[in-house]
Write a protein that binds this ligand. Structure first.
Ligand code: HEM
Ligand code: HEM
Length: 185
């Protein structure tokens, strides 16, 4: 089943809200744990991030098969371009952020786990009572920079995206938000 101008499929709606909730929670968790050096939260952040990557990969394929939702009404070329740029940036961000996170954790030698299941082994030095040794400091730093910058770009896009959704709902009084909430328009 495909999305139509009148109604979005349940798959599109469920995927949108899972990713939205997941991204916003992981951004808050990521900033909190980094600012407060709460290292106990790192494995939880990484595990949830890996799960989000799998859902985002599925959603990206779904999006390309289905194309972006058609506008509910006639809109200006600027509105159309802006919405496409923000939507594609969000889709790319949901892939780039977890992939750079995995690269950062791998090259820094910390490894990646999915809760109790080890996906990428940490690189430990047995001679120094299991101290973590970086595999490649340059690549670890580059991935860390990509993780941080792409997060800030996505935070900007999410803010614009939420403002746009509110403008559509309360100012234009059209059905863009209602359609993403499952209503036929
Ligand atoms: C409270 C937060 C959010 C609200 C109210 C919201 C609302 C909406 C609405 C109303 C649409 C439909 C736009 C249209 O029909 O043209 C939409 C689409 C979209 N949203 Fe959100 N959104 C939120 C959070 C997010 C987040 C956090 C992301 C990703 C990081 C995201 C990514 C997208 C994408 C990529 C689309 C294009 C359609 C699709 O791929 O399903 N949204 N959003
Ligand atoms: C889509 C999911 C993700 C989001 C939205 C996200 C978001 C964030 C944010 C906002 C920060 C704080 C800013 C920064 O230092 O970059 C952060 C830090 C971090 N993230 Fe993620 N992240 C995600 C996935 C992942 C994954 C999959 C991993 C690794 C497997 C990961 C590993 C880390 C690490 C290790 C830090 C701490 C960096 C430091 O101490 O400097 N993240 N994340």
């Amino acid at each position: 089943m495909r999305d139509t101008k009148e109604k979005l499929t349940l798959t599109t709606i469920i995927l949108h809200w899972i990713i939205a909730l997941g991204m916003i929670s992981l951004i808050i968790l990521g900033i909190y744990m980094t600012e407060n050096h709460t290292y106990a939260l790192y494995p939880i952040h990484k595990s949830l991030g890996v799960i989000l990557l799998f859902i985002a990969l599925f959603r990206t394929v779904w999006r390309f098969v289905n194309k972006l939702p058609k506008p509910v009404r006639q809109c200006t070329p600027l509105e159309l371009i802006l919405s496409k740029v923000v939507h594609y940036s969000l889709i790319i961000g949901t892939l780039l952020i977890p992939i750079s996170g995995i690269a950062m954790s791998t090259f820094s030698g910390h490894g990646v786990q999915l809760f109790n299941f080890v996906l990428i082994e940490p690189n430990l030095n047995p001679a120094e009572s299991g101290k973590v040794i970086a595999l490649n400091t340059f690549l670890a730093d580059a991935a860390s920079l990509i993780h941080a910058i792409s997060n800030y770009i996505v935070i900007l896009c999410i803010s614009l995206h939420i403002l746009a959704a509110l403008k559509h709902h309360f100012y234009d009084r059209d059905s863009v938000l209602k359609r993403m909430l499952g209503q036929r328009v």
